[in-house]
Design a protein. Structure first.
Lengths: 257, 316
C-alpha cells in the first residue's frame, strides 16, 4: 500500500514538473501539429483514391482502417522516435544535475520504485499526447465508420511502442547530467532501432534476426488490427529490460558517488 | 542512536574515508569538524545510504544502512550540501511531496508539513516557488524537508554554508532547538559553530578521526600550555630575562607595543599558577607592570594542532 502511494507521488511530481516547464507544451504542441498534418495528408489521399483521382485512375474500393488509419499510425510511430527523447531527457539528467537525486536516493524508496515512478510519469504524458488524437478520430467516426476494434489494436500498439521507447530513454537519461546529451544519445539509439527494420536490404542472412529487434517492425501487425502475442511479448520484454537497465544505472550512480 | 565502525570509502585509488568510527547518543548534537576535503560529506552520504561504504558498518536508529536501508532511511532526515529543491514546485507542495515519499501517512501529512513550516519559520513563503527563494530561505526549506517525517536522526551537511551572519545565528539556534528531540549530526569547517551548537565534536582530517569528545574534554586533552599576556614598561631585554627566569614559564616573546611599553606572551606549564609570583618579581625588578591576563586555550588551537600535526600528504 505504501509502495503504491510512493509511486503515485513520484509519477505525479514528474507530470507536474513537465507541465511546469515548457517541455510538456512544446512536445504536445509539436505532436498535435504533426499528427494533424499527417491526418490531413492521409485523409486527402484516401478520398482522392476513393473518388478515382488516384494513380490507377478508376475509383478504388478502400477500407478506412487498412488504407488510411494504418498508415497514419505507422507514420506517427516514426514521429515518436523523435518526440520521445524530449519526454525522457530531463527525467534523471535534471535530478542528477541539480542534486535532487540525493533526496530520492536517501528516501525509503527502492531504486526500482524510483525508476517506475519516472516511467509512469512519462507514460502518462505520452498517453495525454495520444488522447489529443481522439479529436481527429472522432471526425472519422462522425463522417465514416471505421472499425473501432482494429483502431483500438493500433492504439494499443502505439502505447506499447511508446512505453518501450520511454523505458530506453530513461536509461540514457540516467547516464548523463546533461539533458541535451541525454536527448541526442536517446535519439541516436531510437533511429538505430528504426533503421533495423530495413535490415533485409543490407544485412543478408542475419536480416530476419535484426528485423526482429526493430521496435517499429513489431508495430505492423497492431496497425493492421492484429494483436499478435509475439509482438506484445517483444514490447513487454523491451520495457522490462529498459526498466531493469535504468535501475542498474541508478544503482551504479551510488557507486560512482 | 548512531554507531559507525570502521567505515572506509575508496573511489578508485583515492581513499576518501579511512576506517572512521564514532557514535552519537540519543538527543545529542554531534559536530563533524574538519577542513574542506576531509571526508565529511562522504561520511554523511554513507550514513544516509546515498553511497555504500567500501568496508565497515553504519547502524542508524537500530538499522544497518546497508542491510536494512528502507527501515533506516525512514528514520533519517538529511540535508545535503545544497538543499535538494525542485525549483518549479511551491514550498508547500515540495514538503508535501517529501512527506509522501518518506512515508508519512496521509492523515498526518498536512499537520507535519505545517509543523515543519512553522519550526523553520518559512510559513510566509509556503506558496512561493522554491526556485525563487533567497539562499537563506532555500536552506531553511532544506531543513524543513529533513524534518517533515519526524526522523529520529537528522544529518545536516554544512547547514550554515553561504548564509549571512543573521541567518547563520538563526539557523544555529534552530539546530540547537532540534537537539533533544532528534539526534543531530552536522558537519562544518567553522569552529565557533561547533562550540555554539554541538554537545560533542568529532574532528576528522584526511578521512580519519583525529580527535573526539566534548568541547571541554578536547581542550583539556590537547592543552600543552597555558598562555599569559603581560604588558610591562621597561627595557625589552631586561624584562624578557626577568620573565624567563620565573619558574614554570616555558617561553616568552614580545608580541606588540612600542618604545618601552611592550606586551609579552608567555607559555606556562599547564595547571601552574604563576601570576602572583610573576607580578612580585616584576615589581622587585622595578619594571612597571601595566597588565596581566590569562588566555584560555581555545578549541581553535586544539583544532589547528590536530589538523596540522598530520604529516603532509599529497593532495587528493
Amino acid at each position: 500500500m505504501g509502495n503504491v502511494a510512493n509511486l503515485w507521488a513520484l509519477a505525479r511530481r514528474e507530470v507536474q514538473s513537465n507541465f511546469a516547464s515548457p517541455v510538456a507544451y512544446v512536445v504536445l504542441g509539436l505532436f498535435a501539429l504533426f499528427f494533424g498534418f499527417l491526418f490531413y495528408i492521409y485523409l486527402e489521399d484516401f478520398i482522392s483514391r476513393g473518388m478515382g483521382q488516384g494513380f490507377g485512375g478508376a475509383p478504388e474500393i478502400l477500407n478506412l482502417n487498412q488504407d488510411m488509419l494504418r498508415w497514419l499510425l505507422d507514420s506517427t510511430a516514426w514521429f515518436l522516435l523523435f518526440v520521445i527523447p524530449l519526454l525522457t531527457m530531463r527525467s534523471f539528467a535534471e535530478e542528477i544535475r541539480t542534486g535532487t537525486i540525493e533526496l530520492l536516493l536517501t528516501s525509503p524508496l527502492t531504486d526500482f520504485q524510483i525508476v517506475l515512478g519516472k516511467f509512469l510519469g512519462a507514460v502518462f504524458l505520452f498517453v495525454s499526447m495520444l488522447a489529443l488524437t481522439s479529436l481527429h478520430v472522432a471526425i472519422l467516426f462522425f463522417f465514416g465508420d471505421p472499425e473501432w476494434k482494429t483502431l483500438l489494436a493500433g492504439y494499443l500498439g502505439l502505447l506499447l511502442f511508446g512505453s518501450a521507447l520511454i523505458s530506453l530513454g530513461l536509461v540514457f537519461s540516467s547516464l548523463s547530467k546533461n539533458q541535451i546529451v541525454a536527448a541526442v544519445i536517446t535519439l541516436g539509439a531510437f533511429l538505430f532501432l528504426g533503421f533495423f527494420q530495413s535490415a533485409e536490404n543490407w544485412a543478408g542472412a542475419a536480416a530476419s534476426y535484426i528485423t526482429y529487434l526493430s521496435a517499429t517492425q513489431h508495430l505492423d501487425e497492431f496497425t493492421k488490427g492484429v494483436i499478435d502475442s509475439r509482438d506484445v511479448i517483444y514490447y513487454l520484454t523491451f520495457i522490462g529490460l529498459g526498466l531493469f537497465l535504468s535501475t542498474q544505472s541508478l544503482e551504479s550512480l551510488r557507486w560512482r558517488g | 542512536m548512531i554507531e559507525v565502525s570502521g567505515i572506509t570509502k575508496e573511489f578508485g585509488r583515492f581513499t576518501a574515508v579511512n576506517g572512521l568510527s564514532f557514535s552519537a547518543a540519543k538527543g545529542e548534537v554531534l559536530g563533524f569538524l574538519g577542513p574542506n576535503g576531509a571526508g565529511k560529506t562522504t561520511t554523511m552520504r554513507i550514513l544516509t545510504g546515498f553511497i555504500p561504504a567500501t568496508r565497515g558498518t553504519a547502524v542508524v536508529a537500530g538499522h544497518d544502512i546497508l542491510s536494512e536501508p528502507l527501515q533506516a532511511k525512514r528514520k533519517i532526515g538529511y540535508l545535503p550540501e545544497s538543499p535538494p529543491l525542485y525549483p518549479e514546485m511551491t514550498v508547500f507542495d515540495y514538503l508535501e511531496f517529501v512527506a509522501r515519499i518518506k512515508g508519512v501517512p496521509r492523515e498526518r501529512r498536512k499537520a507535519r508539513v505545517d509543523e515543519s513550516l512553522e519550526r523553520c519559520s518559512i510559513g510566509d513563503v509556503r506558496d512561493k516557488l522554491a526556485g525563487k527563494l533567497s539562499k537563506g530561505y532555500r536552506q531553511r526549506v532544506g531543513i524543513a524537508q529533513a524534518l517533515v517525517h519526524e526522523p529520529e536522526v537528522l544529518i545536516l551537511d554544512e547547514p550554515t554554508a553561504g548564509l549571512d551572519p543573521k541567518q547563520i545565528n538563526e539557523t544555529r539556534a534552530l539546530i540547537r532547538s532540534l537537539g533533544g528531540d532528534h539526534t543531530v549530526v552536522l558537519s562544518t569547517h567553522i569552529l565557533p559553530e561547533v562550540v555554539m551548537t554541538c554537545d560533542r565534536v568529532v574532528i576528522i582530517n584526511k578521512g580519519s578521526v583525529v580527535a573526539q569528545g566534548t568541547t571541554q574534554s578536547l581542550i583539556d586533552q590537547f592543552r600543552q600550555a597555558e598562555y599569559l599576556q603581560v604588558t610591562v614598561e621597561g627595557p625589552q631585554e631586561e624584562v624578557l630575562n626577568t620573565l624567563r627566569s620565573q619558574d614554570g614559564v616555558i617561553a616568552a616573546d614580545t608580541v606588540r607595543g612600542e618604545g618601552d611599553v611592550l606586551t609579552y606572551r608567555l607559555s606556562v606549564e599547564p595547571g601552574r599558577e604563576v601570576r602572583r609570583e610573576l607580578a612580585a618579581r616584576l615589581v622587585r625588578a622595578e619594571h612597571g607592570l601595566l597588565g596581566l591576563h590569562q588566555e584560555g586555550t581555545t578549541l581553535e588551537e586544539v583544532y589547528l594542532r590536530v589538523v596540522s600535526s598530520e604529516e603532509p600528504g599529497e593532495a587528493p
